[in-house]
Design a protein. Structure first.
Length: 158
């Protein structure tokens, strides 16, 4: 099981119908990834849809807890404000970028890819080149990847 979790880069596990003795027998690296243990399904050979239906509420709960922890850390040690975040991101100085799930902001981009919240600010970087107004949600994944930041969409308000 440890080999499978390593090969598939599994970060969290939900065990379904596993007795406590079996859970305790897991190798430590695997056991540390267990986020929930649920009872067995009433079917001997459940379909993938039945399994998903059984674990979906737990997946949602675990995701929300992870988001809450990230948001707490950002509130304590992070930076905020779209201008500041975009500048720091493009300087390669952010590890995580937390983004609201329903991102609607638009930004300006110059041909070399530099992005900012105002045409005037971006024009200073672009030296008279033509600017393009784009949706932030369209350019943010590429920016995060380009500058080595992890992008996390969260459902809670940032």
């Amino acid at each position: 099981m440890q080999q499978q979790t390593d090969q598939r880069d599994l970060q969290r596990l939900i065990l379904l119908g596993v007795p406590e003795e079996a859970r305790q027998a897991l190798p430590r690296p695997v056991a540390e990834k267990v986020v929930a243990v649920l009872p067995s399904l009433h079917t001997s050979n459940p379909s993938p849809a039945e399994v998903l239906k059984a674990v979906a509420p737990t997946i949602e709960q675990v995701e929300r807890q992870g988001e809450e922890a990230l948001l707490l850390e950002v509130r304590e040690r992070g930076v905020g404000g779209l201008d500041q975040v975009l500048n720091l991101l493009q300087e390669g100085r952010l590890q995580y970028v937390l983004v609201p799930w329903h991102l609607r902001e638009k930004v300006w981009r110059c041909p070399d890819g530099w992005v900012g919240t105002s045409a005037q600010a971006v024009q200073l970087h672009c030296s008279g080149q033509p600017l393009e107004e784009v949706e932030l949600k369209q350019v943010l994944p590429k920016l995060a990847a380009q500058f080595g930041s992890r992008l996390e969409f969260v459902r809670f308000e940032t």
